[in-house]
Every structure is written in C-alpha cells, then in structure tokens.
Design a protein around this ligand. Structure first.
Ligand SMILES: NC(=O)C1=CN([C@@H]2O[C@H](COP(=O)(O)OP(=O)(O)OC[C@H]3O[C@@H](n4cnc5c(N)ncnc54)[C@H](OP(=O)(O)O)[C@@H]3O)[C@@H](O)[C@H]2O)C=CC1
Ligand SMILES: O=CCCC(=O)O
Length: 368
C-alpha cells in the first residue's frame, strides 16, 4: 500500500502543489488519492472505516482494481447527507462520485432524486439516515432548520449512538452549534461543527474551506471526506469557534459587497463606466476574487444565485449578535445588515447576495 501511495503522490503532484492549497500533509495526501481516482483509473480511491469501540477510525487508501475487496477488519464508511440545497447537493455529489456509500435526505424529497440516480441511497427521515450511517453531514439553511433536523422529532439525534459522528456544515451561531452538540453527544456520538467558506462553484469543484471545531477524533476520522469536498480545513478547538470564524468571515464579506455596490453606482452616477471600475479594482490592492466574479453581472443587473441574499443577511445578523456578546463595535457591519434587510423587503431574498445593490438603486430612485 505504501508503494501505491508513493506512486499516486508523484503522478498527481502537479495538481496538489498549488500555492493556494493549505500545506497540511494529510490533506494533500488524501486529496491526492482522491484525485488519483480520476487521473489513475487503475487505483481507485476508497474511504473506508474501522470501528474501534467508542469511536470511528476512517482509513483512506488506494487499492488496485484487481484487489478491491477490503481487508477483513475494514468496511466502507456509510456517509449520511442531510440538506440538499445549493451547497449540500454538490457536496454530496462529490462524495458519491468519489466512491463513498452515501445516504441522503432532504425536506423536499425531489432534490434527492438526482443523487439517487448517481447511486445514493435514500431514507425518509434524518433519524433513519443517522441510524444507518457512520458519519452524517448536515447542510441546512439556518439555526432553526439545523436544530430541527438534528434535534426535532425524527431528527438525526434520535438515530445517533456511540460509534457514530455528526458533522454540521451549516452556517449557524455558536449557541446553536453548542445545543446541537450537546444533543448529539448525549447519545454517545461525536460532534463536529464544520461550516464552509466558498460558494456554489467551490462546492461543485471540491474546493471548499472547512472551519471545524469540536471532537478532534471525529475531525481526524472525517478528514478524508472533508478533503473530497474541500481544498483546506482548519481545526479551531472547542465547539463555537468554527461558527465564530465563519461569521466573522461572512461579516467582512457582507460589508465588502455593500461597499462595492455603492462604488459601482457612484461611478456610474458621475459618468464613469462601472465595468472599468471593476477592472481597475482587479489590478490594485483591494482586488478580491469576489469583485471580479460578481462585478460583471452586477453591472448588468444580473444576480444568478450562488449565495442567497437571505443567508448573507442571516450571517450578518448572527455576526452582530456575536459582536454584541463581547461588546465589540461593528458599525460598518450594522449598516450593511440594514441594507440587506431593505433588499429582502424588496423581494430579493432568493437572489444572489450581490443583488444588495438593488436596495441602493431603490433608495436613490425614492430620493429623486
Ligand atoms: N450558498 C452558498 O454560497 C453558501 C452557503 N452557506 C451556508 O450553507 C447553508 C446552506 O446554504 P445553501 O445550500 O446555499 O441554502 P439553500 O437555501 O439552497 O438550502 C437550504 C437547505 O436547508 C433545507 N431546509 C430549510 N429549512 C428547513 C427546515 N425547516 N427543515 C428542514 N430542512 C430545511 C432546505 O430544504 P428544502 O430543499 O426542502 O427547502 C435545503 O436543503 C446555509 O447555512 C448557508 O448560510 C455556506 C457557504 C456558502
Ligand atoms: O457563506 C457563504 C460564503 C460564500 C463564499 O465564501 O464565497
């Protein structure tokens, strides 16, 4: 096996040595193995699990196609996935395409169908998914849905027990995450919060950034799966720290987008071409991929949804609560939050968050 891994690492090294990749050796190794399943079809990638008393130990390794039956002490990990929206669907899809044994559930059942076509199993409640899987991931809209799916009637906690793990990748606040953690852990199972940075395209491309906190052993055993879905992962300690990191990042992002929107509209009002502004920004110190990606469509008043505006406002609201909890002034984020609330009141909740610019247009029109 060691020999196979060395061969795999060397044949994929050009893909894994990108300067954008986090330099965590286990990350690169398992990502390399996952990549090798597509680049080296004779050495498919199989995440597998070994049960050790109270915890799961997952093993990611390559086997030659002619000897695919697992060693006697190893069985394929059974992965559950709850919540198949913009993010959950491509994340689950990447797990399936990497050869994982995936069972899905979504409130709106029809969203399970494309994944079932790809080979996923289906269960009719979070409880049944959790009961039939070793590790269950959840990607839900907000704190209310995350709690409901984890702790409600027929929720995942009802199907949890010692030896299982629950990884919540939804963006929620720390208090919500701690509540879910305590419910899950009261069953003897392990809990990891793992919200993600990165949007629809990084989710499709397996390029998400995981901000994890909670049970370290679950972090380690679920690493091969995080590495299929993402390009890097951070372990931040106690439950709540992952949620806090995610909220700080999205607080900055929401303010950046609001400020960018003001700049685009101001440039146009003073007779400049906003497309040229986007180009100027892309070459300077305030360049950010977000401006280059969203700017051209914003100039055309187009907002194809990658990150729904309602979720950005939710994240600003939760970030303001976090700031309040430690008496940290955040006047810029507070002002941005108001703008997203205006945008929501104009029916833009399900548009991309870049549609926040429309709230400024409405205000300007009302004044003139
Ligand atoms: N889109 C993005 O770019 C990113 C989003 N996030 C975060 O990830 C999470 C999911 O985002 P995204 O996929 O975009 O959101 P979507 O709105 O596309 O999907 C939300 C998911 O939550 C489910 N859901 C909502 N309410 C309930 C409920 N009461 N009970 C059960 N299920 C419910 C939905 O089910 P149904 O299909 O039935 O409506 C759906 O599966 C959010 O927390 C978001 O902030 C994080 C990073 C990037
Ligand atoms: O929560 C959404 C984050 C979107 C992104 O990081 O691009």
């Amino acid at each position: 096996m060691a020999k196979i891994l060395m061969l795999n690492s060397s044949c994929c090294s050009s893909q894994i040595l990108s300067p954008h990749k986090t330099t965590i050796s286990s990350l690169s190794l398992s990502k390399a193995m996952a990549m090798c399943s597509s680049f080296c079809p004779r050495t498919p990638f199989h995440p597998r699990a070994i049960k050790h008393q109270n915890s799961l130990q997952f093993k990611a390794f390559s086997t030659h196609a002619s000897s695919t039956s697992p060693p006697k002490d190893e069985t394929p990990a059974r992965i559950g996935f709850l919540g198949l929206g913009i993010m959950g669907s491509p994340m689950a899809q990447n797990l399936i395409k990497s050869g994982c044994d995936v069972t899905v559930w979504n409130r709106t059942k029809s969203k399970c169908d494309p994944l079932i076509s790809l080979g996923a199993k289906y269960k009719s409640s979070p409880e049944e998914v959790a009961a039939s899987c070793d590790v269950t991931f959840a990607m839900l809209a907000d704190p209310e849905s995350a709690v409901d799916v984890a702790c409600g009637k027929h929720g995942a906690a009802s199907g949890m027990s010692s030896g299982k793990g629950y990884v919540d990748v939804s963006t929620v606040d720390g208090a919500t995450s701690k509540l879910i953690s305590s419910q899950i852990r009261s069953t003897g199972a392990l809990f990891l919060e793992a919200p993600v940075s990165g949007s629809k395209k990084p989710a499709e491309d397996g390029q998400l950034i995981f901000l994890t906190a909670g049970d370290k052993s679950l972090y380690e055993t679920s690493a091969p799966f995080l590495d299929i879905m993402g390009k890097s992962r951070f372990y931040l300690g106690d439950v709540g720290n992952g949620a806090a990191m995610k909220l700080v990042v999205n607080m900055i992002m929401g303010s950046m987008m609001a400020s960018f929107s003001e700049g685009l509209l101001l440039s146009e009002k003073v007779g400049l071409d906003p497309s040229v502004l986007v180009e100027v920004i892309s070459q300077g110190a305030i360049s950010a991929p977000m401006y280059s990606m969203k700017g051209p469509s914003m100039v055309q008043s187009l907002y194809p949804t990658a990150f729904p505006l309602k979720h950005q406002q939710k994240d600003l609201r939760l970030a303001l609560g976090l700031a309040e909890s430690v008496s940290q002034p955040t006047p810029i984020a507070a002002a941005a939050n108001e703008l997203y609330k205006v945008a929501k009141s104009h029916g833009l909740s399900d548009q991309d968050f870049s549609a926040v610019i429309e709230a400024l247009k409405v205000r300007l029109q009302q004044r003139t």
